[in-house]
Design a protein around this ligand. Sequence first.
Ligand code: NOJ
Length: 528
Amino acid sequence: MKHLAKWLDDALFYEIYPQSYLDTNSDGIGDLNGVIEKLDYINGLGFNAIWLNPCFDSPFCDAGYDVRDYKKIAPRYGTMEDMQRLIDEMHSRGMHLFLDLVAGHTSEEHEWFKASKSSADNEFSDRYIWAGEDDVFKNAGIGGMAKNTEGRKGKYHYNFFTVQPSLNFGFAEVTAPWQTPAGSPAAKRTTEAIKDIIRFWCLKGVDGFRVDMAYSLVKAEKEGRAGTIAVWQDIFAMMDEEFPECAMVSEWGNARESSLAGFPMDFYMQMNSLGFGDMFDYGDPEDVDGTPFFSEKGEGNAAVFAKDITRLLSENAGRGYLSFITGNHDIHRRPRCLPDAQFKITYGFIYTMPGVPFMYYGDEIGMREVLDLDPVEGSMYRTGARTPMQWSSAENAGFSQADEDELYIPLDSDKNRPTVEQQLADSDSILNFVKSILAFRKANPALKASAGTEFLFAQEDTYPLVYRRFCAEQSLIVAVNPADRAVSADISRELRLKPVFVFGGGAQVNASKIEMQPQSFAIFEEIR
Ligand code: NOJ
């Protein structure tokens, strides 16, 4: 995208998994009216944008990532009028809304696929990737091939579950007669169909999309993903022309490629990103043996991360932002035993990083993963990270008035489960920390998405982590020590600093040295 929508520079996103947020019609499943009801809460925390996970008509074999009709709201979430009200209510508060665009596959129940799998030739016959019954496709990268059971004889390619047939954007390299090249008329028609969906929603006022598996449209890609990049460049040319203030964030995990494709934002996440796993503990919620940087054990290493980010920022300069996440619907929540201080220090870090950050619903109260749940709608290992939002001490934690056993996913049964109600009332809560760090970010231009970043101290197996954020008007130095011990960093230059944000024991500055108390976080302003 040539044009970086200006509002992104100050955007603070909140991800809502609609099934689990707030149920207003007592059917056990969250809905759009529930999101509308909570807009003042979300905005009051400091968020000014929302990414809503798929809310479209779907048989829900993958929680809505199997779209049956891109232009229809799933009845369980409400109606098109409700969606319009959500858009309008958000805009009246100065907020922006992203929907979830599943661009690479549909549900097997989508009308396109129903036509495509019919034995009669029609305009959708090549909308998906089809091979003969005996053909093999080894170079898929993702997904696989599944046999069609009715109508057309043959196999189709799917991206994730077999019920998610892959749309045909062509092949980077054609090695069999059943493959169409990227850029072929069939592939172009698919791209136009995606543009049509984008137009439909942008014309209703939606501000853009999070794009599912954005990297994987063209199949059999070589390193560099030139084919998929070209498809997105075509789509962004339309966006620049018709909806220059709309934006998209890619699930790509490679900001260099995604920004070439035109994406103004790419998620920095577990896939392909070297430093992510070093920093955070989104592994098994019961496994506390790991040594991420953000742990009171203090055995982690931020050096790889700092190198990775420095590289991504320079490769990307001016073209797009990184998007840090506190979590999402695909990864585990952080370990249940994590102390509150660790959440606060992590959020202090995330909200002082460059780019456009996203917080997953519930992370503002340190909501914990629920263990040993049965999968729901293809959730697999992800169920426990998708449980109902914990609002209050009311029945079903204020999520729903349905019977407890009717809830979409069971609630955390721990009687000490954190709730919004309790944390709003506690000035020391994680929620109130989130509120203050978001307010701080908004008030300081050096923390804008586009402001500069320089790591001052990020050494192998050593704490703390120290970095500078800067712009023409301001220079801030951020020091982060999740470890349960006092640590210090020599920045090797004389520092003239005034503390402007402190958590825990904070930090003291002594000539070129920053000394930090255990489990603390501090921001200083440079006196110039
Ligand atoms: C990524 C989504 O975030 C995930 O929830 C989904 O299952 C797959 N893509 C397939 O669409």
